[in-house]
Ligand binder design. Structure first.
Ligand SMILES: *[C@@H]1O[C@H](CO)[C@@H](O)[C@H](O)[C@H]1NC(C)=O
Length: 348
């Protein structure tokens, strides 16, 4: 009997869905302008993903009736990563039916939400449109063009994009992460009085995230007076949406982006305004929830190892992405963990 069930599951998993997307021939919506590097976008106009198994709560009575809300961005460039992330969250959750995904997208050409629903038939989700014009006028040119896509700044606006009553907290995740632990543990973290929770790295040299111009003028660096700022990575954040709104955090971040346009107080993209608004005031989360840097260094994309300690989430931040290295036939050892959750391509 068990054998039959296993076999049936295998069959379900191996049923392939093929979805075709044809870019609109005429219109050029605002989303068009945001794509910085065409080489990373799949060459074909069709995306092939396998259908994942249906995810059911292991034991309904142990599942909290309220939802775990997870927000991620959704675009063509990181689609394969987003799908692997979602897959990893569902696979490692005891109560997958209680997870609600919020997908933030600026894409008006491709029906990516339908694609996600096709891959994960039992997923609970909502799509939120992010107008790239909101940030386009505030973005300055920086060293790494890829960091300058408006969608990278969507995390600034989560408290406004996700406005449903009753959704008071959200977990924001980058599209180059996989979880190897139950997301509900991250969800239940105590934020105390903080607006935002994230793993904190107080050994990192905080100075380097801002330019000399920033550190040489008091009107800028006094922003950190009265707090001990530490670096944190904005790829994994637990956000209290209610206190975020109450404290006008989006406006604070936007104000720093406007200062950046005139004074160039930092070199990176969406991260420094978050550090300015929150560093030294966050609820520190265990480092197991962001084993970051697995993409390798920004110049050569060298392989990286895990940091010492337990692992609940792996993050391929940095230049190299596991799907690109796997496709090139030259993956890093840890990329094989990512490939376990990959649903791209044919299973045959
Ligand atoms: C931190 O970084 C700054 C700027 O890159 C550098 O000048 C400084 O020497 C560094 N400090 C330490 C302790 O490494």
């Amino acid at each position: 009997m068990l054998e039959i069930i296993k076999f049936a599951n295998l069959l379900t998993i191996s049923i392939m869905i093929i979805l075709f997307f044809f870019p609109a021939l005429q219109s050029s919506p605002p989303a068009e302008a945001i794509r910085s590097s065409a080489s990373v976008i799949p060459e074909t106009s069709s995306f092939f993903f396998r259908k994942a198994a249906e995810f059911k709560n292991v034991k309904d009575e142990i599942c909290n009736p309220s939802f775990v809300h997870v927000a991620m961005t959704l675009d063509v460039q990181f689609l394969r990563g987003t799908i692997a992330s979602v897959h990893s969250i569902l696979l490692n959750s005891v109560c997958p039916e209680n997870i609600f995904f919020h997908f933030i997208s600026s894409d008006t050409e491709n029906d990516l939400i339908s694609l996600i629903k096709g891959v994960f038939p039992s997923i609970k989700l909502k799509g939120h449109y992010f107008n790239p014009e909101i940030v386009q006028k505030r973005i300055s040119s920086t060293v790494r063009q890829a960091l300058e896509q408006p969608l990278n700044y969507a995390r600034n606006y989560l408290a406004h994009l996700i406005g449903e009553p009753g959704v008071e907290r959200v977990i924001y995740l980058d599209s180059d992460v996989v979880l190897v632990d139950d997301v509900s543990k991250l969800w239940e973290i105590n934020l105390q009085s903080a607006i935002l929770g994230s793993p904190e790295y107080c050994q990192a040299n905080f100075t380097k995230y801002f330019t000399h111009k920033f550190w040489s003028q008091e009107k800028f660096f006094k922003a950190f007076s009265g707090r001990k700022p530490c670096y944190f990575n904005t790829g994994v954040m637990v956000i209290d949406l209610v206190t975020w709104r109450k404290n006008g955090c989006t406006k604070k971040i936007e104000r720093w982006m406007e200062i950046q346009k005139d004074y160039r107080i930092y070199d990176l993209g969406s991260l420094p305004p978050f550090l300015l608004a929150f560093a030294g005031k966050i609820a520190p989360i265990d480092h197991r929830w962001n084993q970051h840097g697995l993409g390798g260094d920004n110049l050569r994309g060298n392989c990286r190892q895990l940091h010492p300690g337990p692992v609940s989430l792996l993050h391929w931040s940095g230049k190299g992405k596991p799907w690109l290295r796997l496709d090139s036939g030259n993956p890093c050892p840890l990329d094989l963990i990512w490939s376990h959750y990959d649903l791209y391509g044919s299973s045959l």
